[in-house]
Design a protein around this ligand. Structure first.
Ligand SMILES: Nc1ncnc2c1ncn2[C@@H]1O[C@H](COP(=O)(O)OP(=O)(O)O)[C@@H](O)[C@H]1O
Ligand SMILES: [Mg+2]
Length: 398
């Protein structure tokens, strides 16, 4: 065994699902699966060891996370993967973790759902100048979150876990978009979405900025598995739309056809209205019971921040061609995604009038955008009305 490697069990709560060698830099080898607990092995790694390696590296915070470089330096980690190992790969979205073979720890002792933690890494991505207070340092922290945006996990006074998200650059639009989407789902009376609320953040130079927060939809009894992970359980053809393979996996896990259609139809249509260009396979998830492995349904719609033309400079907003929007989702054409919708009336157009005053909370320089955003949203609504009247608008895509 190489010098800086140590043996760990991969644990699912208190179940040992495999034994593996893990290096300080986070790489793994010599994975020995526990044949008696195969069902508890991460779905994404069940097919073969290569898939398992990918599952493991996806668990670390992406290297490209905004602010990650500074956070690593300040905390003395060589990589996000070594931060992962140092924090036992604990998460607030599932119940997997790693236990050194020569230590005897239990889930109760380490779970971030019930033990205190301080997410110093996350704090540092949001505020470079954050003072890391080592006195308050808890034994393990959270070093496993996905996504590029600066974010941190916190514990509320009542013990609930919540995530705070920041924004790229100076604007607060990504956070405001989450509030805008929350409002739309609320008006629609949809029953499965994540509620985002505004929060003040300390950002650079002691200034305050605006971010958003949402409570953890997972707990010790509910863990989430991304659509991307589910897709690792089937063979995909090159350039194939993810829609049907994803549906097939969901159905095989016990989600009913109606439940699938209802949720995905609704999500596709509201993403269309919001011009959400980022409904990639890590922004859709299902929930399951970590003990019984029973699938409970879809995770409430989350991450609608990359929407409402947030990344389009003001000068270019007037030139946006709403039928030609490209998106990261099952397929690339935003209009074309609507072809998957079964029930076009799941969204009530009379309850889709939006509250643009939310965007007045953005920095003053961005207020000039609000009128343009309104115009674009109205164009989208008109196109959507055509679709609801039965027109297959993607057929008219250029
Ligand atoms: N409310 C939540 N409860 C539990 N897990 C969450 C919640 N919101 C997001 N996540 C998880 O955290 C990941 C990152 O959050 P996300 O909002 O997608 O950030 P980003 O905008 O950086 O992609 C998601 O892919 C999801 O797995
Ligand atoms: Mg995301």
């Amino acid at each position: 065994m190489a010098k800086n490697t140590r043996e760990y069990f991969l644990m699912h709560k208190d179940i040992r699902v495999c034994l593996m060698e893990v290096s300080d830099d986070g790489s793994i080898r010599n994975v020995r699966r526990n044949k008696n607990q195969e069902e508890h092995f991460p779905l994404g790694g069940q097919m073969n060891d290569m898939k398992f390696h990918e599952w493991w590296s996806d668990r670390a915070i992406p290297r490209t996370r905004h602010g990650a470089k500074n956070a690593l330096q300040r905390l003395g980690y060589i990589s996000t993967a070594s931060a992962l190992v140092n924090n036992l790969a604990l998460s607030l979205t599932d119940c997997y973790w790693i236990m050194p073979r020569d230590e005897d720890l239990s889930w109760d002792q380490v779970s971030l759902f019930t033990n205190d933690f301080v997410d110093s890494f996350g704090e540092l991505t949001l505020n470079e100048a954050y003072e890391v207070d080592l006195r308050g340092r808890t034994r393990f922290n959270c070093a496993t979150s996905q996504g590029e945006l600066q974010k941190k996990w916190c514990i509320a006074d009542d013990g609930r876990r919540y995530m705070v998200k920041g924004n790229y650059g100076d604007s607060y639009q990504q956070s405001l978009n989450e509030l805008f989407a929350t409002k739309l789902h609320e008006q629609q009376g949809f029953d499965n979405y994540t509620v985002y609320e505004p929060v003040l953040l300390s950002v650079e130079n002691g200034n305050e900025g605006l971010g958003c927060m949402c409570y953890d939809y997972c707990s010790e009894d509910i863990e989430s598995i991304s659509a991307w992970e589910l897709l690792q359980t089937v063979k995909l053809r090159q350039n194939e739309s993810f829609y049907y393979p994803f549906k097939q996996v969901c159905l095989s896990l016990g989600i009913s056809n109606d439940e699938f259609d209802r949720f995905i139809d609704y999500q596709i249509m509201t993403d269309f209205l919001l011009s959400n260009t980022d409904r990639h396979m890590n922004n859709i998830a299902i929930l399951r019971n970590p003990d019984t492995l029973e699938v409970l349904g879809f995770a409430p719609i989350f991450d609608s921040g990359n929407s409402m033309f947030y990344d389009i400079p003001f000068e270019l907003l007037s030139g946006v061609k709403i039928k030609e929007i490209k998106t990261h989702s099952f397929i690339e054409g935003e209009c074309r995604l609507l072809q998957y919708v079964h029930d076009r009336n799941l969204v009530d157009i009379n309850k889709a009038l939006a509250d643009f005053s939310i965007y007045e909370k953005d920095i003053v320089e961005r207020h000039i955008r609000i009128e343009k955003l309104k115009e674009l949203y109205e164009k989208k609504l008109a196109l959507f009305c055509d679709f609801q009247r039965g027109r297959d608008i993607w057929k008219y895509e250029r």
